[in-house]
Write a protein that binds this ligand. Structure first.
Ligand code: SAM
Length: 295
């Protein structure tokens, strides 16, 4: 990652932290979120028979990368002896902050583990997962194509990468915060683009994976990528070095008083707004959202 990319990526952190801090602060917002979440129940992924896939594997390992604090997916698998608890790892670059938030508000949910999609093998290890879920997070990463490559290296052969995203989120959000890339589907192909780049993912990874992309009724773009072979060589050392470089860039930037002060001011501003927004009843918040985005 270039220094400018790290700087851009860091500019999205204050909003994300302010958002989760207030969802976890207010009981109504927290309970509202868990009404939607499938945490504690069976794993279901729209457009994929996930039960059939995971049931044939002994002790399947699942990573929810860029998990945020939503615990959106189920963590059990139905079996003849009742529901089995899955080995799900919740992974996010903001893990340290998210864990602080959940302890501060005493919420009983699993810890989040540190990891960045673009350097996933550095923390999770190559060939370690059967299923990787990335929901509304690939378009938040600084380099989504590298993120897909690293996810493929982290999967075992035969494993699946399940991507689920709002279409063209960066355009809708005017490239603010973490939103630097758009995700869409054209003629069944999985496309990542912004004003400077356009990638047809199917063509980039056709040598080692198959890609099945479609739109759900609610407009979400889903892509199920199956790792067919080990043709991209994982290099844990290189991935670790890349991650260390990013952390070093972050440290250097946060030592600049102007940058640190600007981020702190942004956090205070977003935190104040989110304090009031998340205090509103769920229905009222949804109406407000519809009004803003005219959806
Ligand atoms: C909108 S939240 C999505 C949370 C959750 N997946 C969901 O769908 O509710 C986006 C998350 O992506 C994370 N993220 C940003 N850049 C990332 C990266 N490079 N690798 C992995 N996660 C990233 C953010 O920290 C944030 O928690």
């Amino acid at each position: 990652m270039q220094q400018s990319e790290v700087k851009q990526w860091l500019s999205g952190v204050s909003y994300e932290l302010a958002f989760w801090n207030n969802v976890y602060r207010w009981k109504s917002a927290y309970d509202g979120m868990f009404c939607w979440s499938r945490y504690g129940s069976t794993l279901q992924l729209e457009g994929m028979d996930i039960v059939a896939f995971l049931s044939q594997i002994d002790h399947p390992v699942v990573y929810d990368v860029g998990c945020g604090m939503s615990y959106a997916h189920g963590d059990h698998l139905p079996s003849a002896d009742g529901n089995i608890k899955l080995d799900v790892h919740y992974i996010d670059p903001l893990a340290h902050f998210y864990n602080k938030i959940k302890y501060q508000y005493r919420r009983d949910v699993p810890d989040v583990e540190f990891g960045m999609l673009e350097y996933l093998t550095a923390t999770a290890g190559a060939d370690s997962a059967h299923l990787i879920i990335v929901q509304n997070a690939l378009d938040h990463s600084a380099n989504p194509v590298q993120g897909i490559t690293e996810a493929l290296c982290t999967l075992k052969v035969g494993g699946r990468l399940y991507l689920c995203h709002h279409p063209n989120e960066a355009e809708a959000e005017h490239y603010k915060g973490f939103h630097k890339y758009n995700i869409t589907e054209e003629g069944g192909k999985f496309i990542i683009w912004n004003k400077n780049h356009r990638f047809v993912v199917d063509d980039l990874i056709s040598a080692c994976a198959s890609v099945n992309t479609f739109r759900l009724e609610n407009g979400f773009i889903v892509s199920v990528i199956e790792k067919r072979s080990d043709c991209i060589q994982a290099n844990n050392q290189q991935s670790l070095q890349g991650l260390m470089d990013v952390v070093a860039e972050m440290m250097q930037l946060s030592r600049k008083p102007s940058f640190a002060m600007w981020q702190q001011m942004k956090y205070c501003w977003y935190n104040t707004i989110q304090f009031f927004v998340q205090a509103l009843p769920w229905e009222c918040r949804m109406n407000l959202r519809r009004l803003i985005y005219r959806k």
